[in-house]
Design a protein around this ligand. Structure first.
Ligand code: FES
Ligand code: ZN
Length: 275
């Protein structure tokens, strides 16, 4: 085992322990996409001895979805992890990936989050492990900041605090929270994990992509810029939590009954506009 692999695994283990992300008895659903982050999370949680099952949402985006699904199916088999495949088209009763809009990834993201929480809860999971890495978090912080929605970042961190208060929310955990994107990539390649290194074909228009390009440019000047953004935000979070405490309350969607912050959840609101 190389020094890099050792350090990488040590950092993930430390994050899990320091932030008490999980214990070995509770059931954890790993949200898989076929990408490097979630596949690395799946591999490591299994290696560390956690009680995991995997879940992948079949998005039906042609060959890209097929290949991701194939990879996850065979990798779960190899690891001896139970896999749940959720069909987005069937669940929603429509194929959102056929929509003629540049916002497909955004619409897909809201539906994925809704499905992931609902299905994980139905499967009796106590936690949902996400593959988000440090770059993702730095991007989210800037996106919220630039859009004037800084309070959306209340859910940022190695584990989502808001969801811990509400039974219908399954708590999301992020074991790779402090790992850089380039390091997750290197780890997954060094470990030869079965991964399709291709982003979702709809993501080229996403706002996140623009922010990612900006951050990568800034990192050429200052290699620690992403860590500094995340560190700054984590220090600010307690203050923000107090300020936005009223927005942190949980309601139940009038249409689907799922937990949300408003009268109707984002997914139901969005789907009323989509024919
Ligand atoms: Fe679903 Fe991009 S459209 S991930
Ligand atoms: Zn709803």
């Amino acid at each position: 085992m190389t020094k890099f692999i050792q350090n990488f695994e040590k950092k993930v283990k430390e994050t899990i322990q320091k932030y008490k992300l999980a214990n070995k008895k509770e059931k954890i659903i790993v949200a898989c996409s076929g990408g490097k982050d979630s596949t690395t999370t799946l591999y490591l949680l299994k290696k560390f001895g956690y009680n995991i099952e995997a879940l992948i949402i079949d998005l039906h985006i042609g060959e890209w979805s097929k290949k991701n699904l194939e990879n996850i199916k065979s990798f779960c088999k190899e690891l001896g992890v139970k896999l749940h495949v959720i069909d987005m088209k069937k669940e929603l009763g429509k194929d959102i990936h056929k929509l003629k809009t540049r916002k497909v990834c955004f619409i897909c993201g809201i539906n994925k989050r809704w499905l992931l929480n609902k299905k994980s809860r139905e499967l009796g999971a106590k936690k949902v492990a996400m593959g988000h890495n440090l770059d993702d978090e730095a991007e989210s912080i800037l996106m919220n900041l630039f859009r004037g929605n800084i309070e959306f970042g209340l859910n940022s961190g190695p584990k989502v605090l808001m969801s811990a208060k509400e039974k219908k929310f399954v708590q999301r955990i992020r074991p790779l929270f402090f790992l850089l994107n380039k390091d997750v990539k290197k780890y997954s390649q060094d470990m030869k994990l079965p991964i399709l290194h291709q982003l979702c074909p709809h993501s080229k228009y996403s706002y996140r992509r623009q922010i990612r390009t900006l951050l990568n440019k800034l990192s050429l000047e200052d290699s620690k810029v992403k860590s500094k953004i995340v560190k700054w935000f984590m220090e600010k979070q307690p203050e923000l939590r107090e300020k936005y405490a009223s927005k942190d309350s949980v309601n139940y969607c009038e249409k689907c009954g799922e937990p949300c912050r408003n009268v109707i959840c984002k997914k139901c609101e969005l789907m009323t506009y989509i024919k």
